[in-house]
Design a binder for this molecule. Structure first.
Ligand SMILES: [Zn+2]
Length: 164
């Protein structure tokens, strides 16, 4: 019974994925650790669930690129990992942050990926010894998706379009 309850309490399965309006940054929750430290969880949704999907190679390159682009812009990022549904990323930050603050960081990072100056040389960790599937990358795809997400605009509200 305890296990069932645990599964039911997973926040992302409570979210009604038919009601959201991507692209958006959604603050999932702020969690406190046993020693008082806090972390903030975000749902960084780039495409509309069950309507669109980012191809794995582009998603993989966005993941690698964002690992450094985000850290260049904000301190305290713990993780930025793709959702298995390939519609966006889960972002975990040390401390308390707002969706508006994170949306600005994501927007600026995507603008850099979309820029002409961004090419293979700027994607970290794509050598065979650095990545678990180094052949499955697409800078072209990452750039095309970044342009599309920016053209649609990133909202700071998941259910109402409040584009920054
Ligand atoms: Zn990789």
């Amino acid at each position: 019974m305890a296990e069932t309850k645990k599964i039911n309490n997973v926040e992302s399965f409570q979210l009604d994925h038919t009601k959201v309006l991507a692209p958006y940054v959604r603050l999932i929750n702020i969690e406190k650790g046993p020693h008082g430290d806090s972390i903030t969880n975000f749902d960084v949704r780039f495409v509309q669930p069950n309507r669109n999907v980012i191809g794995m190679a582009a998603l993989h390159t966005i993941e690698h690129s964002m690992a450094s682009l985000i850290r260049n812009r904000i301190d305290g990022m713990i993780d930025f990992s793709p959702f298995g549904c390939q519609t966006g990323f889960h972002m975990i930050m040390w401390g308390e942050h707002s969706s508006a603050e994170i949306a600005q960081v994501i927007k600026a990072s995507l603008e850099e990926i979309a820029s002409d100056a961004f090419d293979w040389e700027q994607v970290p960790g794509v050598a065979e010894k650095e990545c678990g599937n180094y052949k499955n990358h697409s800078v072209f795809g990452a750039k095309e998706w970044a342009k599309k997400i920016l053209a649609e605009g990133i909202s700071i509200d998941a259910f109402e379009r409040k584009v920054i």
